[in-house]
Design a protein around this ligand. Structure first.
Ligand SMILES: [Zn+2]
Ligand SMILES: [Zn+2]
Length: 347
């Protein structure tokens, strides 16, 4: 690709959907931000269940933003960002979404399609009515994906589930991706997606030595949001927060699983004049290409308005585009997800 067209993008890795000791997590802001720093993250968003009490700011060089996971009892968890004050859970999720908007916030349906086929004692918590439209979708939630596969029927299955935890988390639920595509199809705007770690660092006390399952640092090395900013992240907290939330609202992020994807793929669309990436728009001309450069050879799926246009195996790929629509890309190796882009709108 012509280097003059390339935007100077600043990329920042971050994790969303984290529970602290203000709800059912075990870490405090100092230990969580230290774990994030060790995992190479520059920003995190703590979203306690029905709680909005932590003090956000820069901690250990990590930009720590607070949101809230508004969590009614058995369904419709909502990751609310950019809100000003605590919002209590309500049985009517439409009211919750309105309340978030009233506070100038926006939100993501959390783990919308937890499996009904779980072989454990944790019942699925789903987004019950798919006609109720959130601002965005958490398309991949590490803990929820693990929970869908966690088998606690006997001790061997339990040990396997903990020891080989990363083997249990393969790809986002297809159902969720299809719903997200549909929401995008029905909207003129880009409906953004995020990944969530849903980290708690739970301490299991029933054995002789208390065991922390899934420490924060371990999960911070799994599903990650790669944020693309046009200007470097500010040292001023209020400005940095604004930059991060604005980008997430626009879908200027790619979702990767660092377990399977050590380096960040380059995925963009260019025309004669410019090149754009996730969450952006570009006008079609007769030189409109999608460019993909991966850290390794992998399966590449290119979708437009939810329909699969190309499916191939390659390390680098360039394809002329001759139809408008919302394009997004999925990358996997043998069914293990590496990267999922937010849509790019070609008009
Ligand atoms: Zn939840
Ligand atoms: Zn959660």
């Amino acid at each position: 690709m012509d280097n003059n067209k390339k935007q100077q993008l600043n990329t920042y890795l971050g994790a969303i959907h984290i529970h602290s000791n203000y709800s059912d997590g075990t870490g405090n802001i100092d230990s969580i931000s230290k774990a994030a720093k060790k995992a190479g993250l520059s920003w995190i968003i703590i979203t306690d269940h029905n709680n909005f009490d932590i003090e956000e700011g820069f901690y250990n060089d990590v930009c720590v933003i607070k949101g809230e996971e508004i969590s009614p009892d058995n369904a419709n968890h909502y990751i609310a960002l950019g809100i000003k004050s605590y919002i209590p859970p309500a049985s009517n999720i439409t009211k919750t979404i309105e309340e978030v908007h009233k506070q100038n916030g926006f939100g993501f349906a959390a783990h919308p399609d937890e499996s009904d086929l779980r072989k454990n004692s944790f019942p699925p918590i789903k987004w019950l009515d798919k006609n109720i439209i959130p601002d965005g979708v958490e398309i991949w939630n590490w803990f929820s994906a693990w929970g869908d596969k966690f088998n606690d029927r006997n001790i061997f299955n339990i040990i396997y589930s903990y020891l080989f935890k990363h083997k249990l988390v393969r790809e986002p639920a297809r159902k969720t991706l299809e719903w997200w595509d549909l929401l995008n199809k029905n909207s003129n705007e880009i409906v953004p997606a995020i990944s969530g770690v849903d980290a708690h660092a739970l301490k299991i006390q029933k054995y002789l030595i208390p065991v922390t399952v899934f420490p924060y640092k371990t999960l911070f090395k799994t599903v990650t949001n790669v944020l693309f900013l046009t200007t470097p992240l500010s040292n001023n907290f209020a400005t940095a927060k604004e930059q991060i939330l604005r980008a997430l609202k626009d879908g200027r992020n790619m979702i990767i699983n660092k377990k399977n994807c050590k380096n960040i793929p380059v995925i963009n669309i260019e025309n004669r004049d410019e090149a754009v990436t996730c969450g952006e728009t570009i006008k079609i001309d007769n030189q409109t290409y999608i460019n993909i450069e991966l850290p390794r050879t992998a399966s590449i799926k290119i979708l437009c308005d939810g329909l699969e246009l190309y499916n191939l195996i390659a390390k680098t790929y360039k394809q002329l585009l001759n139809q408008t629509g919302k394009y997004r890309v999925e990358i996997n190796v043998n069914g293990k997800g590496l990267a999922y882009t937010n849509p790019i709108l070609v008009y």
